[in-house]
Structures are given as structure tokens and as C-alpha cells.
Design a protein around this ligand. Structure first.
Ligand SMILES: Nc1ncnc2c1ncn2[C@@H]1O[C@H](COP(=O)(O)OP(=O)(O)OP(=O)(O)O)[C@@H](O)[C@H]1O
Ligand SMILES: [Mg+2]
Length: 377
């Protein structure tokens, strides 16, 4: 039976992206459709290379085409991360709102990694999340926004490295483990201290963000400094953040800090993608048993009460810190370890949430614009 385009497209309209809850044709995911008699070839362009539903969607497309009578089917699975408007850009414009495209024009989505306090593993999670996304096929950058205590240069074995200027007099990020990397640590000597205060701080941060040529990237992961002070507020306003991963440790007292961090994210209209529970118990290197050295975690109850998703749990282990000190994140040093597997799952969950947020905001944005155009007339 010779198939026509109408029949094939109708069949494809029965296949839905379960996350975006629309059919693949409406979502613009079907490309390069070619029909020759009963042979069909096409490319399915998903919204992230880290899509955990890739195989399911391919299977659904195949079944729909078979149902329509296709005898030979060639499907290429592909992905294009779409540009994530910041929450401010999708909603009414407030003071300090970031317009997409003004900063980091080639970057599709900026993902911050934050916590209300120091030492819980923000830099560790940011680094390994970046590597995991890159291994899943995404083009990834890592911005160390901890201007007072940058740790990314050490964690990636880039101590003492210096970025170069490109032809447009912009700073070219360093390349490591497939990531584009930028840190204030690259601009300072080890014994040098950043002494920005007050209005100078905002200006310097802006330059630090704007003077870097990130090129074309799917995700930039931002390792945020500890705490909930001015630097965090300025950064959240300067960066077009799609969403934020919040890192926490199992103790209740740490969760008080999480609440503070989330309150600040709400101030800057930054969406919380979910929680990563780090140092959750200790896995004994000898017997492999997990010990709850901080007592039983109550994060699950807290998270449920606040309607937050837990993106992953990482135990304290004897390898993560050593690998980091040697300049190799655990996802690079031990790609088959349980920790690396957890980071892959976190990366998939994060990519999925960002794709959903991007879709929702792109649908909401025209409505807001229409509303304000109407109000202004
Ligand atoms: N799951 C883990 N198991 C073992 N060690 C870990 C784990 N996570 C982080 N670490 C180690 O704990 C220390 C603190 O982690 P990290 O620097 O990532 O925290 P941070 O929140 O970024 O700190 P800061 O607030 O100073 O920026 C580091 O030495 C790191 O290697
Ligand atoms: Mg840090």
C-alpha cells in the first residue's frame, strides 16, 4: 500500500511526548519525513539528548507507523535543547529581569546548583551533573560562580590554568572532560583575594558573566556560592536561570538552610527543580553496608510537605573527595560506580524537568505578552 503524507502525519499525531503532553507533530519533533510507497523515514527531534523516554518514544513512533501500514521504517533519534526563557522573561517584567538572549546568547538553559549553606557538596554535585549531562550527549558548560572561594579549578585539575581572549576580546572558557569551564579562580593567583563590595560587586559580577563567550551550549551548570546573601541575589538576577537544583545533607538543621535557600529562590522567581540529598549515610568500603551516621534522614517527609522532588541520593563515600582533590570528578574517575549511575539519573531528571519548564514557559509567554499589550493599549 502506498502511503501519503496525510496518513503518516495522522498516525504520528497519535504519539505523545508523555512529559510535554502533546503529540510529536504539534511539538515540531518530526523532521525530514520522507515517504516512498510503504517505506517511511524520519528524524524525531526530542527536547534533550538526556531524555529517559527516548526508547519508549521510538517504540511508539514505530508502532504508529506500522499501524498505518508502513512496511519499512527508518527512525533517527535526535535532540535539540530549546531555549529556556527565565521565569521573569516568561512572566511580567520586573526590575532586574533578565531578558533571554542578552546574556549567554548561545546557551539554551542555565541550571544553578545552590544550597543554603557551605560544605554540603554544591561544587561536587555541579561538577558531576555537568559531566553526566555531557556523557548523555549534551553540550555543557560549567560556571563556577563562587567568586570568593572557587573550587572548580581544583576539582577539574585546572589549577593555575588561564583562559585566553578570543578575537572579539571575550574570554574563552577552558575545556576539560568535554565541558566548557569558567571560574574566578582562573583570573586570580591562589593567594589573591576578591575584595568586591557593594555596588562594585554587582558590576564586577555582571562583567564576569557577560565577558565570557560560551558559544553554543545546551546547558550551563552554575556552581553557586554558599549562603543567601547579596552575591546570590545578584547572580540570580544576572543569570537567565531556567531552574535550580538544591543540595542538602540529611540533618534537619540542614533542611532549615534549604528552606532559607528556597525562600531566596522564590524572591528571584527561580524555579526549584528538586533536591539532591548528599552525604546521605555512609557506605562502608569493607562490607558495602550503608550506615545512617547522621541518623535516619527525614528529607523525604520535608520534601513531600514542600512539594519538592528528590532528584537523587548520594551517600558519603571514600572516593568522591579523593577523586575531586585529584582533579577528576567521580563520574570521570569511576564511570561505572554507583555514584556515577546516580549522577546519570539526576542528569536525566534535571534535563527532563528543564524541558517541561521550557515548554510551559514558551506556551505561557505569548499569553503574558498579549495580556500586557492589551493592558498597555
Ligand atoms: N558524597 C560525598 N562523599 C564524600 N565526600 C564528599 C561527598 N560530596 C562532597 N564531598 C566532599 O566534601 C567536601 C565539600 O564538598 P563541596 O566542596 O562540593 O561542597 P560545597 O557545598 O561546594 O562547599 P562550599 O560551600 O565551600 O562551596 C569536598 O571535599 C568534597 O570532595
Ligand atoms: Mg563550592
Amino acid at each position: 500500500m502506498a502511503l501519503d503524507e496525510q496518513t503518516v502525519l495522522s498516525a504520528l499525531r497519535t504519539v505523545h511526548d508523555p512529559d510535554l503532553r502533546q503529540d510529536l507533530v504539534t511539538l515540531g519533533m518530526i523532521r525530514d519525513l520522507a515517504i516512498d510507497g510503504d517505506r517511511v523515514s524520519l528524524r524525531v527531534v526530542l527536547t534533550t539528548p538526556a531524555c529517559p523516554l527516548k526508547d519508549k518514544i521510538r517504540g511508539d513512533v514505530e508502532a504508529a507507523l506500522e499501524g498505518a501500514g508502513a512496511q519499512a521504517i527508518a527512525i533517527t533519534m535526535d535532540a535539540e535543547v530549546r531555549r529556556a526563557p527565565s521565569a521573569q522573561a516568561a512572566g511580567p517584567r520586573g526590575p532586574g529581569a533578565v531578558t533571554q538572549g542578552e546574556r549567554m546568547p548561545g546557551v539554551r538553559a542555565v541550571i544553578a546548583v545552590a544550597a543554603g549553606k557551605g560544605g554540603v557538596g554544591k561544587s561536587t554535585v555541579a561538577t558531576n551533573l555537568a559531566v553526566a549531562l555531557s556523557k548523555l550527549g549534551a553540550r555543557v558548560g560549567l560556571l563556577d560562580a563562587d567568586i570568593y572561594g572557587p573550587s572548580i579549578p581544583i576539582m577539574l585539575g585546572l589549577k593555575g590554568a588561564r583562559p585566553s581572549m578570543n578575537a572579539e576580546e571575550k574570554i574563552a572558557p577552558l575545556q576539560r572532560y568535554g565541558l566548557a569551564v569558567m571560574s574566578m579562580g582562573f583570573m586570580l593567583r591562589e593567594d589573591q583575594a576578591v575584595a568586591w563590595r557593594g555596588p562594585m560587586l554587582g558590576k564586577a559580577l555582571q562583567q564576569f558573566i557577560e565577558d565570557v563567550d560560551w558559544g553554543e551550549l545546551d546547558y550551563v551548570i552554575v556552581d553557586m556560592p554558599p549562603g543567601t546573601g547579596d552575591v546570590q541575589l545578584s547572580l540570580a538576577q544576572l543569570l537567565p536561570v531556567a531552574g535550580c537544583v538544591v543540595v542538602t545533607t540529611p540533618q534537619d538543621v540542614a533542611f532549615a538552610d534549604v528552606k532559607r535557600a528556597i525562600a531566596q529562590l522564590e524572591l528571584t522567581k527561580t524555579e526549584v527543580l528538586g533536591l539532591v540529598e548528599n552525604m546521605a549515610g555512609f557506605v562502608c568500603g569493607h562490607c558495602g553496608t550503608e550506615h545512617a551516621i547522621f541518623g535516619e534522614s527525614r528529607i523525604a517527609q520535608h520534601a513531600a510537605a514542600m512539594e519538592l522532588e528528590i532528584l537523587g541520593r548520594l551517600p558519603l563515600d571514600g572516593v568522591t573527595a579523593i577523586a575531586a582533590d585529584q582533579g577528576e570528578p567521580i563520574t570521570v574517575a569511576a564511570p561505572d560506580s554507583a555514584a556515577a549511575k546516580t549522577y546519570r539519573e539526576i542528569a536525566q531528571a534535571v534535563a527532563r524537568k528543564v524541558a517541561i519548564i521550557t515548554h510551559e514557559r514558551s506556551q505561557a509567554a505569548p499569553k503574558f505578552q498579549a495580556f500586557f499589550a492589551h493592558k498597555g493599549s
